[in-house]
Design a protein around this ligand. Structure first.
Ligand code: FPP
Length: 251
């Protein structure tokens, strides 16, 4: 049976987040430069977006560039920014055709002006689309995101706009870059590394984690289907017991 047919479309994760890892190793294995790996990673990005949109996933967050990635050699950073720019130019039509809206999280103000402008243009041109929300994490750091939220909340407390007793989980959530999105239910990391690497630290509290040895440029629709099928086999208890779950689900 085709893998896709094994997916229960009524129990899709609403939000899938992906740490796309392994571009450099993929290129090295082929005797090529790391940038060759990133270029080939774009095909995997395209397939993943297409598969998510076809299935009816509502939110897909891709870790495209971390705050720490700025420390890579300048040539690689420049190549990644150029790749981002070109992809935005080349994919705008496909995004619109597939009713996909582009969003971002992270410190996008730190991106080079041309990439930033292109990003904002594509976001504006796709803002009325109602299908998949494609969220690119760019210059993103989970710890910075939380630190920024704390700073904003502290300023409000200092000005007397809020009382410390007003601060709870829901309140904090409204100060995160992801305030408009539900938490990811499934987090995928490719390339065999078993780390979170500062990605969505707050939001993945109850996400199911899925690790695959596949290097990102080799990731295809079937790899996404496998992750979703694995997700659907798991029992998500949120701290409760198995026996309590039918009651919750039937409530
Ligand atoms: C990690 O592989 C990958 C990245 C830091 C960048 C991801 C970028 C792309 C897939 C290309 C363009 C993206 C978009 C959204 C158009 P790595 O370089 O850390 O690989 P390694 O761990 O094998 O060295």
């Amino acid at each position: 049976m085709e893998l896709k047919a094994e997916i229960d479309l009524n129990r899709l994760p609403k939000h899938i987040a992906i740490i796309m890892d392994g571009n450099g190793r993929w290129a090295k294995k082929k005797g090529n430069h790391r940038i060759f790996g990133h270029r080939n990673g774009v095909k995997a990005v395209r397939e993943t977006i297409e598969a998510s949109a076809e299935l009816g996933v509502k939110f897909l967050t891709l870790y495209a560039f971390s705050t720490e990635n700025w420390n890579r050699p300048k040539m690689e950073v420049d190549a990644l920014m150029e790749l981002l720019m070109n992809s935005l130019v080349n994919e705008l039509e496909t995004l619109c055709k597939n009713n996909i809206q582009l969003k971002t999280i992270g410190d996008t103000a730190s991106l080079p002006a041309d990439a930033r402008q292109r990003l904002y243009d594509v976001m504006s041109q796709t803002k009325d689309n109602t299908g998949l929300n494609l969220i690119l994490a760019l210059s993103y750091s989970g710890r910075c995101e939380i630190a920024n939220a704390v700073k904003d909340i502290a300023a409000m407390a200092k000005n007397g706009q809020i009382n410390p007793d007003d601060i709870d989980q829901c309140f904090i959530q409204q100060f995160l870059d992801t305030r408009d999105y539900p938490d990811p239910e499934l987090l995928i990391r490719t390339s065999g590394e078993l780390r979170i690497s500062n990605f969505l630290l707050w939001q993945i509290a109850y996400a199911e984690l899925y690790f695959t040895d596949t290097l990102w440029p080799d990731f295809r629709k079937n790899d996404l289907y496998k992750a979703i099928i694995d997700f659907q086999k798991r029992e998500r208890r949120f701290g409760m017991t198995s026996e309590q779950l039918p009651q919750i689900n039937n409530a």
